[in-house]
Design a protein around this ligand. Structure first.
Ligand code: NAP
Length: 214
């Protein structure tokens, strides 16, 4: 009975991971949302899903205490184990997402945007892995998957001269290094840690303005 955690799965690609993993009734799937009540798309899926194998945990990856509580709740369901952690959450919304380093309205706004994004896109993955590592160590698959993308690929940025999405690229690049550090550190325990790219995916059908949150 493999167990999966998809961090950041109220909507978008994370929700699709949950939807597909939950099709196998033998899987135990943990989905996370910052606010369970307003996770409209996730709740709609679970309401119509027949297997009862999806459990929702309330998690804000910028607050490691919520991850610690979520790990304790998950442990009660799986008897202290987790097989696969998919770290999907990222700070992608907002008016600054497309900005280059040179077109923020002010240096203060650039500073604030980068500090908030660092907490979510860089530190968030570390807090998620550290909170669930005891469960993963007791699991059988020992897989940790981070979501990358073209925005953190050197060759893509050079070839396309891609200056936009500066804050996302820089803070997610830190997450790529996070994956590498864990890959090296946990290798001898049998862990596989990777960063994968989903390509470019239109997730607008479940975005905030499409009713995902109030
Ligand atoms: N879509 C693409 O074309 C594309 C391309 C390359 C890489 N990616 C990567 O794929 C992943 C998913 O992208 P997406 O397009 O599906 O994004 P999305 O639709 O914006 O969904 C983002 C998810 O992250 C969660 N999240 C945001 N901030 C969070 C926080 N502080 N704590 C916990 N959860 C938080 C959101 O939950 P809430 O409901 O709580 O906000 C939501 O479930 C991201 O890592 C992104 O970088 C996407």
């Amino acid at each position: 009975m493999p167990s999966y955690l998809v961090v950041g799965s109220s909507r978008g690609i994370g929700l699709e991971f949950v939807r597909q993993l939950a099709q196998n009734a033998d899987n135990t799937v943990f989905a996370t949302a910052r606010n369970k009540q307003t996770a409209t798309h996730l709740n709609a899926f679970i309401g119509a899903h027949p297997h009862g194998n999806v459990h929702v945990l309330e998690v804000d990856i910028a607050d490691f205490r919520t991850l610690r509580n979520a790990a304790a709740d998950a442990a009660k369901i799986t008897n202290g184990t987790l097989d696969v952690l998919i770290h999907n959450a990222a700070r992608l919304d907002g008016q600054n997402v497309l900005r280059t380093l040179l077109d923020y309205p002010s240096e203060e706004e650039l500073h604030n945007e980068f500090m908030e994004a660092f907490e979510v896109n860089t530190l968030g993955g570390i807090h998620a892995v550290n909170a669930f590592l005891p469960l993963l160590r007791s699991g059988t698959n020992k897989k940790i998957i981070f979501m990358g993308g073209d925005a953190i690929r050197h060759d893509f940025i050079f070839k396309t001269q891609f200056t936009e999405m500066s804050c996302l690229s820089i803070t997610k690049f830190g997450q790529k290094m996070t994956a590498l550090k864990y890959a090296v550190q946990l290798k001898d325990e049998g862990f596989t840690v990777v960063t994968v790219s989903p390509g470019w995916v239109d997730t607008s059908a479940t975005n905030v303005s499409a009713g995902a949150r109030e």
